[in-house]
Design a protein around this ligand. Structure first.
Ligand SMILES: [Mn+2]
Length: 451
Protein backbone atom coordinates (compact mmCIF):
# COMPACT_ATOMS: atom_id res chain seq x y z
CA UNK A 1 0.00 0.00 0.00
CA UNK A 2 1.20 3.51 -0.80
CA UNK A 3 1.52 5.21 2.54
CA UNK A 4 1.73 8.91 3.18
CA UNK A 5 5.23 10.32 2.76
CA UNK A 6 6.29 12.70 5.52
CA UNK A 7 7.32 16.13 4.16
CA UNK A 8 11.12 16.71 4.36
CA UNK A 9 10.66 20.00 6.25
CA UNK A 10 8.65 18.17 8.93
CA UNK A 11 11.41 15.55 9.29
CA UNK A 12 13.99 18.34 9.68
CA UNK A 13 11.87 20.07 12.32
CA UNK A 14 11.32 16.80 14.21
CA UNK A 15 15.06 16.07 14.21
CA UNK A 16 15.83 19.52 15.52
CA UNK A 17 13.14 19.07 18.21
CA UNK A 18 14.84 15.84 19.26
CA UNK A 19 18.27 17.55 19.24
CA UNK A 20 16.82 20.34 21.36
CA UNK A 21 15.72 18.04 24.16
CA UNK A 22 18.71 15.67 24.09
CA UNK A 23 20.96 17.94 26.13
CA UNK A 24 18.44 18.39 28.96
CA UNK A 25 18.06 16.00 31.91
CA UNK A 26 14.75 17.58 33.03
CA UNK A 27 11.92 18.79 30.81
CA UNK A 28 8.72 20.66 31.65
CA UNK A 29 5.81 19.37 29.55
CA UNK A 30 2.59 21.35 29.05
CA UNK A 31 -0.51 20.01 27.33
CA UNK A 32 -4.25 20.31 26.85
CA UNK A 33 -6.87 18.54 29.02
CA UNK A 34 -8.84 16.79 26.25
CA UNK A 35 -8.18 13.29 24.86
CA UNK A 36 -5.78 14.62 22.23
CA UNK A 37 -3.84 16.68 24.78
CA UNK A 38 -3.70 13.84 27.31
CA UNK A 39 -2.53 11.27 24.74
CA UNK A 40 0.06 13.82 23.52
CA UNK A 41 1.35 14.30 27.08
CA UNK A 42 1.35 10.53 27.72
CA UNK A 43 3.31 9.87 24.51
CA UNK A 44 5.91 12.51 25.44
CA UNK A 45 6.10 11.23 29.04
CA UNK A 46 6.63 7.61 27.91
CA UNK A 47 9.23 8.65 25.32
CA UNK A 48 11.12 10.83 27.84
CA UNK A 49 11.05 8.05 30.46
CA UNK A 50 12.50 5.60 27.92
CA UNK A 51 15.16 8.17 27.00
CA UNK A 52 16.16 8.36 30.68
CA UNK A 53 14.85 11.91 31.16
CA UNK A 54 13.03 13.36 34.14
CA UNK A 55 10.06 15.59 33.56
CA UNK A 56 6.95 17.24 34.95
CA UNK A 57 3.59 17.42 33.15
CA UNK A 58 1.14 20.30 33.54
CA UNK A 59 -2.33 20.09 31.99
CA UNK A 60 -4.25 23.25 31.05
CA UNK A 61 -7.94 23.54 30.04
CA UNK A 62 -6.76 26.17 27.55
CA UNK A 63 -3.68 28.27 26.84
CA UNK A 64 -4.55 31.84 27.80
CA UNK A 65 -2.46 34.76 29.09
CA UNK A 66 -2.59 33.49 32.65
CA UNK A 67 -1.38 29.99 31.75
CA UNK A 68 1.17 31.40 29.33
CA UNK A 69 2.66 33.33 32.27
CA UNK A 70 2.88 30.07 34.22
CA UNK A 71 4.97 28.59 31.40
CA UNK A 72 7.10 31.75 31.12
CA UNK A 73 7.80 31.74 34.85
CA UNK A 74 8.29 28.00 35.38
CA UNK A 75 12.06 28.36 35.47
CA UNK A 76 12.52 25.44 33.05
CA UNK A 77 15.60 24.90 30.96
CA UNK A 78 13.57 23.04 28.37
CA UNK A 79 9.85 23.09 27.64
CA UNK A 80 7.72 20.86 25.42
CA UNK A 81 4.21 22.09 24.62
CA UNK A 82 1.75 19.73 22.93
CA UNK A 83 -1.74 20.29 21.47
CA UNK A 84 -1.44 23.95 22.48
CA UNK A 85 0.75 26.91 21.63
CA UNK A 86 -0.10 27.99 18.06
CA UNK A 87 -1.55 31.29 19.24
CA UNK A 88 1.43 32.13 21.48
CA UNK A 89 4.43 31.44 19.22
CA UNK A 90 5.81 35.00 19.59
CA UNK A 91 5.76 34.69 23.40
CA UNK A 92 7.56 31.31 23.22
CA UNK A 93 10.12 32.84 20.86
CA UNK A 94 10.79 35.53 23.45
CA UNK A 95 11.51 33.03 26.26
CA UNK A 96 15.14 32.35 27.07
CA UNK A 97 14.95 28.55 27.49
CA UNK A 98 14.74 25.81 24.84
CA UNK A 99 11.16 25.35 23.61
CA UNK A 100 9.52 22.69 21.44
CA UNK A 101 5.91 23.31 20.37
CA UNK A 102 4.04 20.37 18.78
CA UNK A 103 0.62 21.73 17.88
CA UNK A 104 -1.97 21.45 15.10
CA UNK A 105 -4.18 24.48 15.67
CA UNK A 106 -4.46 27.33 13.15
CA UNK A 107 -1.09 28.97 12.51
CA UNK A 108 -0.87 32.69 13.27
CA UNK A 109 2.90 33.16 13.44
CA UNK A 110 6.00 31.34 12.24
CA UNK A 111 8.64 30.65 14.86
CA UNK A 112 11.94 32.52 14.64
CA UNK A 113 13.94 30.87 17.41
CA UNK A 114 12.07 27.97 18.96
CA UNK A 115 11.34 24.58 17.47
CA UNK A 116 7.75 24.57 16.19
CA UNK A 117 6.12 21.70 14.30
CA UNK A 118 2.51 22.05 13.09
CA UNK A 119 0.89 20.21 10.13
CA UNK A 120 -0.30 23.55 8.70
CA UNK A 121 3.37 24.62 8.30
CA UNK A 122 3.85 21.79 5.77
CA UNK A 123 0.67 22.32 3.79
CA UNK A 124 -1.21 19.64 5.77
CA UNK A 125 -4.59 20.48 7.30
CA UNK A 126 -4.17 20.19 11.08
CA UNK A 127 -7.94 20.20 11.51
CA UNK A 128 -8.39 16.79 9.87
CA UNK A 129 -5.03 15.29 8.90
CA UNK A 130 -2.84 15.40 12.02
CA UNK A 131 -3.53 16.28 15.65
CA UNK A 132 -1.45 17.08 18.74
CA UNK A 133 -0.98 13.37 19.48
CA UNK A 134 0.10 12.71 15.87
CA UNK A 135 2.78 15.38 16.22
CA UNK A 136 3.85 14.09 19.66
CA UNK A 137 4.01 10.57 18.23
CA UNK A 138 6.13 11.63 15.22
CA UNK A 139 8.47 13.34 17.68
CA UNK A 140 8.61 10.14 19.79
CA UNK A 141 9.55 7.86 16.87
CA UNK A 142 12.13 10.39 15.69
CA UNK A 143 13.63 10.13 19.18
CA UNK A 144 13.53 6.32 19.07
CA UNK A 145 12.03 3.86 16.55
CA UNK A 146 10.99 1.64 19.46
CA UNK A 147 8.32 4.18 20.36
CA UNK A 148 6.08 2.83 17.56
CA UNK A 149 3.97 1.09 20.24
CA UNK A 150 2.82 4.58 21.27
CA UNK A 151 0.86 4.66 17.98
CA UNK A 152 -2.10 3.21 19.96
CA UNK A 153 -2.20 6.36 22.07
CA UNK A 154 -1.77 8.61 19.05
CA UNK A 155 -4.72 6.95 17.28
CA UNK A 156 -6.86 7.48 20.40
CA UNK A 157 -5.78 11.14 20.29
CA UNK A 158 -6.79 11.52 16.64
CA UNK A 159 -10.13 9.84 17.40
CA UNK A 160 -10.58 12.21 20.36
CA UNK A 161 -10.20 15.16 17.99
CA UNK A 162 -12.58 13.40 15.55
CA UNK A 163 -10.00 13.29 12.78
CA UNK A 164 -11.02 9.73 11.83
CA UNK A 165 -14.61 10.45 10.87
CA UNK A 166 -14.05 10.76 7.14
CA UNK A 167 -11.23 8.21 7.19
CA UNK A 168 -7.73 8.93 8.43
CA UNK A 169 -5.92 11.46 6.26
CA UNK A 170 -2.44 12.94 5.81
CA UNK A 171 -0.14 12.42 8.77
CA UNK A 172 -2.74 10.16 10.40
CA UNK A 173 -2.51 7.79 7.41
CA UNK A 174 1.20 7.43 8.07
CA UNK A 175 0.43 6.75 11.73
CA UNK A 176 -2.41 4.27 11.07
CA UNK A 177 -0.70 2.34 8.26
CA UNK A 178 2.45 1.93 10.34
CA UNK A 179 0.45 0.87 13.40
CA UNK A 180 -1.56 -1.72 11.43
CA UNK A 181 1.60 -3.07 9.81
CA UNK A 182 3.22 -3.46 13.23
CA UNK A 183 0.03 -5.09 14.61
CA UNK A 184 -0.65 -2.46 17.28
CA UNK A 185 -4.00 -1.73 15.65
CA UNK A 186 -6.68 -3.74 13.83
CA UNK A 187 -9.29 -2.03 11.67
CA UNK A 188 -12.78 -3.50 12.26
CA UNK A 189 -16.05 -2.69 10.48
CA UNK A 190 -18.21 0.00 12.10
CA UNK A 191 -21.74 -0.37 13.43
CA UNK A 192 -24.63 1.69 14.79
CA UNK A 193 -24.93 -0.83 17.63
CA UNK A 194 -22.69 -0.62 20.71
CA UNK A 195 -20.82 -3.82 21.62
CA UNK A 196 -21.57 -3.80 25.38
CA UNK A 197 -24.83 -4.22 27.36
CA UNK A 198 -27.43 -2.71 25.03
CA UNK A 199 -29.66 -1.06 27.64
CA UNK A 200 -26.73 0.49 29.46
CA UNK A 201 -24.87 1.55 26.31
CA UNK A 202 -27.87 3.00 24.44
CA UNK A 203 -28.84 4.84 27.63
CA UNK A 204 -25.38 6.37 28.10
CA UNK A 205 -24.00 6.58 24.54
CA UNK A 206 -23.83 9.99 22.95
CA UNK A 207 -23.08 8.62 19.48
CA UNK A 208 -25.37 8.01 17.79
CA UNK A 209 -27.72 10.24 19.80
CA UNK A 210 -31.27 8.97 19.29
CA UNK A 211 -33.86 11.58 20.14
CA UNK A 212 -36.27 10.52 22.94
CA UNK A 213 -34.32 7.25 23.38
CA UNK A 214 -30.74 8.10 24.41
CA UNK A 215 -30.61 8.93 28.11
CA UNK A 216 -33.88 7.10 28.86
CA UNK A 217 -33.56 3.40 29.87
CA UNK A 218 -37.31 2.74 29.53
CA UNK A 219 -37.32 4.09 25.99
CA UNK A 220 -34.27 1.96 25.20
CA UNK A 221 -36.04 -1.18 26.47
CA UNK A 222 -39.09 -0.25 24.38
CA UNK A 223 -36.91 0.09 21.27
CA UNK A 224 -35.27 -3.29 21.93
CA UNK A 225 -38.62 -4.99 22.43
CA UNK A 226 -39.91 -3.52 19.15
CA UNK A 227 -36.85 -5.04 17.48
CA UNK A 228 -37.59 -8.37 19.19
CA UNK A 229 -34.43 -8.33 21.27
CA UNK A 230 -34.33 -9.48 24.89
CA UNK A 231 -33.32 -6.97 27.55
CA UNK A 232 -29.91 -7.91 28.97
CA UNK A 233 -28.34 -8.79 25.61
CA UNK A 234 -24.96 -7.41 24.62
CA UNK A 235 -24.40 -5.97 21.14
CA UNK A 236 -21.61 -8.45 20.55
CA UNK A 237 -24.02 -11.38 21.27
CA UNK A 238 -26.70 -10.46 18.70
CA UNK A 239 -27.46 -12.90 15.89
CA UNK A 240 -26.92 -11.42 12.40
CA UNK A 241 -30.73 -11.12 12.03
CA UNK A 242 -31.13 -9.30 15.34
CA UNK A 243 -28.21 -6.99 14.54
CA UNK A 244 -29.74 -6.14 11.18
CA UNK A 245 -33.21 -5.46 12.63
CA UNK A 246 -31.78 -3.26 15.36
CA UNK A 247 -29.48 -1.27 13.07
CA UNK A 248 -32.30 -0.60 10.62
CA UNK A 249 -34.47 0.60 13.48
CA UNK A 250 -31.74 2.93 14.76
CA UNK A 251 -31.08 4.14 11.21
CA UNK A 252 -34.75 4.97 10.64
CA UNK A 253 -34.91 6.89 13.91
CA UNK A 254 -31.81 8.89 13.03
CA UNK A 255 -33.12 9.72 9.56
CA UNK A 256 -36.45 10.83 10.98
CA UNK A 257 -34.77 13.18 13.44
CA UNK A 258 -33.01 14.88 10.51
CA UNK A 259 -29.48 13.52 10.94
CA UNK A 260 -27.53 14.46 7.82
CA UNK A 261 -26.05 11.92 5.46
CA UNK A 262 -22.61 13.30 6.41
CA UNK A 263 -23.17 12.42 10.05
CA UNK A 264 -24.79 9.10 9.26
CA UNK A 265 -21.79 7.84 7.33
CA UNK A 266 -19.62 9.07 10.15
CA UNK A 267 -21.50 6.90 12.69
CA UNK A 268 -20.77 3.77 10.73
CA UNK A 269 -17.04 4.56 10.41
CA UNK A 270 -14.62 1.69 11.02
CA UNK A 271 -13.39 1.00 14.54
CA UNK A 272 -9.71 1.00 15.50
CA UNK A 273 -9.12 -1.89 17.86
CA UNK A 274 -5.94 -1.39 19.92
CA UNK A 275 -4.65 -4.97 20.11
CA UNK A 276 -2.15 -4.51 22.96
CA UNK A 277 -4.65 -2.62 25.12
CA UNK A 278 -7.67 -4.81 24.31
CA UNK A 279 -10.02 -1.89 23.62
CA UNK A 280 -11.30 0.38 20.86
CA UNK A 281 -9.54 3.69 20.30
CA UNK A 282 -12.86 5.43 21.04
CA UNK A 283 -13.13 3.81 24.44
CA UNK A 284 -9.55 4.73 25.34
CA UNK A 285 -10.12 8.23 24.06
CA UNK A 286 -13.23 8.65 26.24
CA UNK A 287 -11.41 7.35 29.33
CA UNK A 288 -8.44 9.68 28.88
CA UNK A 289 -10.69 12.62 28.09
CA UNK A 290 -12.63 12.05 31.31
CA UNK A 291 -9.43 11.64 33.33
CA UNK A 292 -7.88 14.76 31.81
CA UNK A 293 -10.91 16.92 32.45
CA UNK A 294 -11.25 15.78 36.07
CA UNK A 295 -9.98 17.68 39.12
CA UNK A 296 -6.81 15.60 38.89
CA UNK A 297 -5.81 15.47 35.21
CA UNK A 298 -2.75 13.43 36.22
CA UNK A 299 -5.13 10.44 36.28
CA UNK A 300 -5.54 10.86 32.53
CA UNK A 301 -1.81 11.05 31.93
CA UNK A 302 -1.18 8.10 34.31
CA UNK A 303 -3.80 6.03 32.47
CA UNK A 304 -2.29 7.02 29.12
CA UNK A 305 1.09 5.85 30.41
CA UNK A 306 -0.49 2.48 31.24
CA UNK A 307 -0.96 2.66 35.03
CA UNK A 308 -3.74 0.19 35.97
CA UNK A 309 -5.01 2.14 39.02
CA UNK A 310 -5.24 5.35 36.99
CA UNK A 311 -7.01 3.43 34.23
CA UNK A 312 -9.64 2.10 36.65
CA UNK A 313 -10.15 5.52 38.20
CA UNK A 314 -10.43 7.09 34.73
CA UNK A 315 -13.11 4.51 33.78
CA UNK A 316 -15.09 5.41 36.90
CA UNK A 317 -14.84 9.15 36.18
CA UNK A 318 -15.73 8.50 32.56
CA UNK A 319 -18.96 6.67 33.45
CA UNK A 320 -19.97 9.38 35.92
CA UNK A 321 -19.27 12.07 33.38
CA UNK A 322 -21.18 10.20 30.64
CA UNK A 323 -24.20 10.21 32.96
CA UNK A 324 -23.74 13.90 33.75
CA UNK A 325 -23.31 14.86 30.09
CA UNK A 326 -26.37 12.85 29.12
CA UNK A 327 -28.43 14.62 31.82
CA UNK A 328 -27.09 17.97 30.61
CA UNK A 329 -28.03 17.28 26.98
CA UNK A 330 -31.47 16.06 27.92
CA UNK A 331 -31.98 19.21 30.01
CA UNK A 332 -30.86 21.56 27.21
CA UNK A 333 -32.94 19.79 24.59
CA UNK A 334 -35.92 19.08 26.82
CA UNK A 335 -36.33 22.61 28.16
CA UNK A 336 -36.32 24.54 24.89
CA UNK A 337 -32.98 25.97 25.86
CA UNK A 338 -31.79 25.89 22.24
CA UNK A 339 -32.35 29.31 20.68
CA UNK A 340 -32.21 30.02 16.94
CA UNK A 341 -30.99 33.32 15.56
CA UNK A 342 -30.70 34.23 11.85
CA UNK A 343 -27.37 32.50 11.30
CA UNK A 344 -26.51 30.67 14.51
CA UNK A 345 -28.19 28.60 17.24
CA UNK A 346 -27.08 28.81 20.86
CA UNK A 347 -27.71 27.36 24.30
CA UNK A 348 -26.72 28.23 27.86
CA UNK A 349 -24.85 25.52 29.78
CA UNK A 350 -23.85 27.64 32.78
CA UNK A 351 -25.62 25.14 35.05
CA UNK A 352 -24.34 21.90 33.56
CA UNK A 353 -20.90 22.60 32.06
CA UNK A 354 -19.76 20.04 29.42
CA UNK A 355 -20.36 22.80 26.89
CA UNK A 356 -18.14 21.43 24.13
CA UNK A 357 -19.65 17.94 24.10
CA UNK A 358 -23.24 19.22 24.26
CA UNK A 359 -22.39 21.57 21.42
CA UNK A 360 -21.15 18.67 19.22
CA UNK A 361 -24.18 16.49 19.92
CA UNK A 362 -26.64 19.29 19.21
CA UNK A 363 -24.82 20.21 16.01
CA UNK A 364 -24.85 16.63 14.72
CA UNK A 365 -28.10 15.17 15.97
CA UNK A 366 -30.60 17.65 17.29
CA UNK A 367 -30.17 21.22 16.07
CA UNK A 368 -30.64 22.97 12.75
CA UNK A 369 -27.93 21.40 10.54
CA UNK A 370 -27.50 24.65 8.58
CA UNK A 371 -26.45 26.88 11.49
CA UNK A 372 -23.33 26.72 13.69
CA UNK A 373 -24.09 25.77 17.30
CA UNK A 374 -22.77 27.97 20.10
CA UNK A 375 -22.60 26.94 23.77
CA UNK A 376 -22.34 29.61 26.46
CA UNK A 377 -21.03 28.71 29.90
CA UNK A 378 -21.28 31.75 32.15
CA UNK A 379 -20.64 29.96 35.45
CA UNK A 380 -17.52 32.08 35.94
CA UNK A 381 -16.85 35.81 35.46
CA UNK A 382 -15.00 34.95 32.23
CA UNK A 383 -17.59 33.04 30.22
CA UNK A 384 -16.39 30.04 28.20
CA UNK A 385 -17.76 29.58 24.70
CA UNK A 386 -17.73 26.50 22.49
CA UNK A 387 -18.82 26.44 18.87
CA UNK A 388 -19.31 23.68 16.32
CA UNK A 389 -19.96 23.63 12.59
CA UNK A 390 -20.20 20.93 9.90
CA UNK A 391 -18.27 20.31 6.69
CA UNK A 392 -21.23 21.40 4.60
CA UNK A 393 -21.34 24.71 6.53
CA UNK A 394 -17.60 25.19 5.94
CA UNK A 395 -18.26 24.77 2.22
CA UNK A 396 -20.61 27.78 2.51
CA UNK A 397 -17.81 29.97 3.86
CA UNK A 398 -18.19 29.52 7.63
CA UNK A 399 -14.92 29.72 9.61
CA UNK A 400 -15.45 29.45 13.37
CA UNK A 401 -11.74 29.89 14.20
CA UNK A 402 -11.80 33.34 12.63
CA UNK A 403 -15.29 34.17 13.94
CA UNK A 404 -14.47 33.24 17.54
CA UNK A 405 -11.15 35.07 17.44
CA UNK A 406 -12.75 38.25 16.09
CA UNK A 407 -15.87 38.29 18.25
CA UNK A 408 -14.27 37.18 21.55
CA UNK A 409 -11.46 39.70 21.09
CA UNK A 410 -14.02 42.42 20.37
CA UNK A 411 -15.64 41.62 23.73
CA UNK A 412 -12.30 42.00 25.52
CA UNK A 413 -11.52 38.27 25.58
CA UNK A 414 -9.79 35.77 23.34
CA UNK A 415 -10.77 32.96 21.00
CA UNK A 416 -9.57 30.60 18.29
CA UNK A 417 -9.37 26.96 17.27
CA UNK A 418 -10.39 25.23 14.06
CA UNK A 419 -12.78 26.32 11.33
CA UNK A 420 -15.16 23.53 12.32
CA UNK A 421 -14.78 23.71 16.12
CA UNK A 422 -13.57 26.72 18.04
CA UNK A 423 -13.82 28.25 21.49
CA UNK A 424 -13.06 31.33 23.48
CA UNK A 425 -13.83 33.40 26.52
CA UNK A 426 -14.90 36.96 27.43
CA UNK A 427 -16.65 38.75 30.33
CA UNK A 428 -20.01 37.00 30.81
CA UNK A 429 -22.13 40.17 30.97
CA UNK A 430 -21.40 40.80 27.26
CA UNK A 431 -23.27 37.65 26.13
CA UNK A 432 -26.04 39.33 24.10
CA UNK A 433 -23.63 41.70 22.42
CA UNK A 434 -21.38 38.75 21.56
CA UNK A 435 -24.20 36.66 20.09
CA UNK A 436 -25.34 39.51 17.86
CA UNK A 437 -21.80 40.25 16.70
CA UNK A 438 -21.23 36.57 15.95
CA UNK A 439 -24.56 36.17 14.13
CA UNK A 440 -23.64 39.14 11.91
CA UNK A 441 -20.12 37.88 11.28
CA UNK A 442 -21.33 34.41 10.25
CA UNK A 443 -23.78 36.12 7.86
CA UNK A 444 -20.92 38.07 6.30
CA UNK A 445 -18.73 34.96 6.03
CA UNK A 446 -21.48 33.24 4.05
CA UNK A 447 -22.11 36.36 1.94
CA UNK A 448 -18.46 36.77 1.00
CA UNK A 449 -18.35 33.14 -0.12
CA UNK A 450 -21.31 33.56 -2.48
CA UNK A 451 -20.12 36.99 -3.70
MN1 LIG B 1 -6.04 18.68 19.56
Amino acid sequence: MDSFVLPPKLLTDLSSAVDTIRGHPFINVFSHFDADGITSASIIAKALTRAGKEFSVTIFPTLNDENMQIIENCGAECVIVTDLGASYIKRFDAMSCDVVVLDHHTVYDQAERICYANPHLYGIDGMVAGCGATMAFLFAITLDERNWDLSSLAIAGAVGDRQHINGMQGLNTYLLDGAVERKFVEIRPGSLIPSGDLVEEFTLSLEPFIRDVSGNPDAVKQMLSEAGIAVGKRGSDLTPDEAERLSSMVAIKLISQGVTREKFEECAHPVYYLSKLGMDAEVLSALLNAGGRSETPGIGVGAGMGDATCMEKAAEISNESRKAVMDAIVSVVGSDNLHEMGNIQWFDSSESGSTGIICSIIMCYLGNPDKPTIGFNGSEEAAHISSRSTFSQLAKGIDLAAAMKTCCTAMGGEGGGHKIAAGGSFPRDRKDEFLHALDALIASQKASKTA
